[in-house]
Design a protein around this ligand. Structure first.
Ligand code: NAD
Length: 442
């Protein structure tokens, strides 16, 4: 195991905008930390960094008999409020800075949702589209062995993220269980298949949480010009777990999905897109593009389609300085992590377009992951209605707390800040309070 403090940096720029996600995460932290009176300087320096970053490299025998070396990461940002928690992503662009950023966002997300976890994240540099299921299983198992006790049911608990599924989580559980026989190891990972200790409602939880947060924000008057989801037009970038299920749930809530996209492009239909037909078309052809009754558009065009709610549900850095001016929506609901850059945030705030930030809006996934972990520890299996009801309570409370924090900063500090800064300030306050209450060890 090779512990690295300085991972391979990913610092792409678009017209001089810094798109390194770790730099962006620190910038977001800094913007909020100035509004948190309870945060001592030394603690601020620690919380804006990374507690641990592990990089492993390991060989895997491929189906054709060749041997390839893969690299994987696991970052731990904080365990102040509980064990590290965060997904595992399989993608060619995975790098140390990306997982460090995502790990820190997990800490703030768990604090906003008020669940007793810290923040972690991991990933393997690979292209799952070019690997067989057997190869992915061998890669996953070897990664878990290399991580050793970096992960554990009470220290750091993985979950699904981009290109990983319930099946991947089953392989992680099985491998960890082989390494630690004779114990209840189910809580080592969440997002497992329901018949293997997974929670009902987990698969839909990120999208359902996004719906609950968006609805609550609208009801609380936080979205100028929009008082209901009934008949509202929705545009969704990314048609995987977060995006496709959001399409279904927002449609069920009375809204009209008019454009969706995936990595190959997008489709538009003003009269509305049937979410299930889009999913079927994607399953049959590998893409939403070309769906009958729709017009093909590019991903760049999709972000500029006039709508009431724009849901980025793919990757980081999608709404940036160079394309934000064309965005024409009443609200952005961030189902993805890090889709809006600081420059775009600034421009949207100036135009009065609220951004419901990722650390609030996609926290439904980790919230039901927490419910799964509790059920695993108690050998319980809750009904889906109970899970969804508990999720709704958590999401509404989190939305209200973020809106209250925005008001508090306005009243007490005479500063007008956006909802991302408010959510970060709330989270930093909650983490700092626990850290100082526990006392700095030794
Ligand atoms: P996924 O792999 O299920 O789906 C990702 C989708 O994005 C796919 O449809 C893919 O084709 C599409 N995509 C990839 N590149 C794109 C591009 N350039 N333009 C448009 N679409 C593109 O992943 P997911 O689990 O839905 O995750 C999506 C986002 O949501 C990520 O930012 C992830 O971190 C975040 N998220 C996921 C969860 C979860 O529970 N799955 C929880 C919280 C946050």
């Amino acid at each position: 195991m090779d512990v690295q403090q300085n991972a391979r940096a990913a610092s792409p720029t678009v017209e001089s905008e810094d798109l390194n996600p770790y730099n962006i995460a620190q910038k977001q932290f800094d913007a909020a930390a100035v509004h948190v009176a309870e945060l001592p300087d030394g603690l601020r320096n620690w919380l804006r960094g990374t507690t641990r970053l592990v990089k492993v490299e390991f060989p895997v025998e491929c189906d054709d008999g060749t041997v390839r070396t893969f690299a994987g990461y696991r970052a731990l940002h904080s365990r102040v409020r509980g064990p590290g928690k965060g997904g595992i992503r399989y993608h060619p662009d995975v790098n140390g800075d990306e997982v460090r950023a995502l790990a820190s966002w997990m800490t703030w997300k768990c604090a906003v949702a008020d669940i007793p976890f810290g923040g972690a994240k991991g990933g393997i540099v690979c292209d799952p589209k070019k690997l067989s299921s057997n190869e992915l299983r061998r890669i996953t198992r070897r990664f878990v062995v290399e991580l050793g006790d970096t992960i554990g049911p009470y220290s750091d608990i993985p979950a699904p993220d981009v290109n990983t599924t319930a099946e991947t989580m089953a392989w992680i559980y099985d491998t960890y269980d082989m390494m630690h026989p004779g114990k209840n190891n189910l809580p080592v990972v969440t997002g497992k298949p329901v018949y293997l200790g997974g929670s009902l409602g987990r698969n839909e939880a990120t999208a359902r949480g996004c719906l609950f947060v968006t609805k609550r924000a609208i009801e609380e008057g936080a979205v100028p010009g929009l008082d209901s989801l009934e008949g509202a037009t929705i545009v969704i970038q990314g048609y995987g777990n977060a995006g496709a299920i959001s399409a279904r749930l927002f449609t069920d809530a009375g809204a009209r999905v008019i454009a969706v996209s995936d990595s190959t492009g997008g489709v538009l239909a003003e009269e509305g897109i049937d979410p299930d037909a889009a999913l079927l078309h994607k399953k049959q052809t590998g893409s939403v593009v070309g769906m009958p009754g729709t017009k093909n558009i590019t991903n760049a065009e999709l972000l500029h389609v006039p709508c009431d709610v724009l849901i980025p549900a793919a990757f980081e850095n999608q709404i940036r300085a160079d394309n934000v001016d064309g965005v024409s929506t009443k609200v952005i609901a961030e189902a993805a992590n890090g889709p809006t850059t600081p420059a775009a945030d600034e421009a949207l705030f100036a135009r009065g377009i609220p951004v419901l930030p990722d650390i609030l809006t996609n926290s439904g996934g980790v919230t039901v992951s927490y419910f799964e972990w509790v059920q695993n520890n108690e050998n319980e299996h809750w009904g889906e209605d109970l899970v969804n009801d508990k999720l709704r309570h958590k999401m509404e409370a989190a939305t209200d707390a973020v809106l209250d924090m925005q008001q508090e900063i306005r009243d007490r500090r005479k500063a007008n800040v956006d909802l991302r800064t408010s959510a970060f300030a709330l989270a930093i306050k909650r983490v700092a309070r626990v850290a100082m209450n526990r006392g700095i060890w030794p």
